[in-house]
Design a binder for this molecule. Structure first.
Ligand code: NAD
Length: 297
């Protein structure tokens, strides 16, 4: 069993770390929010007073923080941990960030003789809790094989997308599709309801028809259609609007850099930006339905 330093214990990192504790690994954890650390301590993890303290003596370092700037600061900033990670350790960053930031940190790690992979995840908080996440890995085959036994304790599917940063490119493409799909699903349901349909009946019909998708199957945005989804809990928890907005911004940057054409991704980015600007940034992204639906006349 490995000594694992786990940094970032939010909606995703918390349950991922819990699954590693359950699998028998020795975890030392750190988050800027003390309450998040205490949850893990109750499960048997050890608390560290700082990220640097967490990585001392680690065989594996895992980070799950919000965005590129957090990963950059965590590893390479003035209090950065990279210089303090034991050189035999494997580094796994599971955050969704810009591919160029992932490559920059991986190169700095390599310069220190450390193996590092970018391993963003798909599957949402439900997948994090159930240990059924999909990991989309960028890095060398050798580093992926070192990471595999750890990732298998948190997920079910492990893909090798390519070299450093490739996991992030694949993840960004997937999340752009997710953002578009959720907004389009909300729009279709709102159209039906505005024309007198029951949202549950319409969802059942779409679920067996050609518009069927991940949102209609597992994450319906309309309240009252599904249990145990953010729409059933006033859009609390889940995957925040601001995180979706960040991912759509990463897609826009990647498109500009490669002269790719993403008209629907750009439209979705603007919809989530408008929704966030109206005070919904911390709600789950399926709350985009509130931007679209109209109250009954
Ligand atoms: P979150 O905001 O719930 O959690 C992030 C945690 O990181 C917070 O607890 C924060 O305090 C901590 N943090 C930030 N900077 C830190 C630092 N320097 N040191 C220690 N802790 C620090 O976010 P989340 O929903 O868990 O998402 C994390 C990442 O996973 C994001 O990149 C997101 O895009 C991605 N993701 C999220 C989901 C989802 O459904 N929530 C799904 C797939 C991928």
């Amino acid at each position: 069993m490995s000594n694992i330093a786990f940094i970032g214990l939010g909606n995703m990192g918390g349950p991922m770390a819990q699954n590693l504790v359950k699998a028998g690994h020795a975890l030392t954890v750190f988050d800027l929010v003390p309450a998040a650390v205490q949850v893990l301590v109750a499960d048997g993890a050890q608390a560290a007073g700082s990220a640097r303290e967490a990585v001392a003596g680690a065989d594996v370092v895992i980070s799950m923080v919000p965005a590129s700037q957090h990963v950059d600061a965590l590893y390479l900033g003035p209090d950065g941990i990279l210089e303090h990670i034991p050189t035999h350790a494997l580094v796994i960053d599971c955050s969704t960030i810009a591919p160029q930031t992932a490559r920059k940190v991986a190169q700095a790690a390599l310069a220190r003789g450390l193996d590092m992979v970018d391993a963003p995840v798909s599957g949402g908080t439900g997948g994090a809790i159930a240990g059924t996440l999909t990991f989309i890995v960028g890095g060398t085959v050798a580093a992926l094989e070192r990471a595999r036994p750890i990732l298998e304790k948190m997920g079910k599917n492990i893909f090798h997308a390519g070299g450093a940063g490739a996991g992030q490119v694949a993840k960004i493409a997937n999340n752009m599709l997710l953002g578009v799909q959720m907004a389009a699903t909300a729009e279709a349901l709102a159209l039906g309801v505005a024309n007198g349909l029951d949202p549950k009946v319409l969802s059942d019909i779409i679920g067996k028809s050609s518009g069927r998708n991940w949102a209609t199957e597992l994450y319906n945005p309309w309240p009252g259609v599904m249990e145990n989804v953010p729409a059933a809990k006033h859009y609390a928890g889940g995957f925040g609007v601001d995180l979706m907005l960040k991912d759509l911004g990463l897609a826009a940057e990647a498109a500009m850099g490669a002269r790719a054409v993403i008209p629907l991704g750009e439209l979705a980015r603007n919809l989530y930006a408008l929704h966030s600007s109206q005070g919904s940034g911390k709600l789950d992204f399926s709350s985009i339905v509130n931007l679209i639906k109209r109250d009954a006349p």
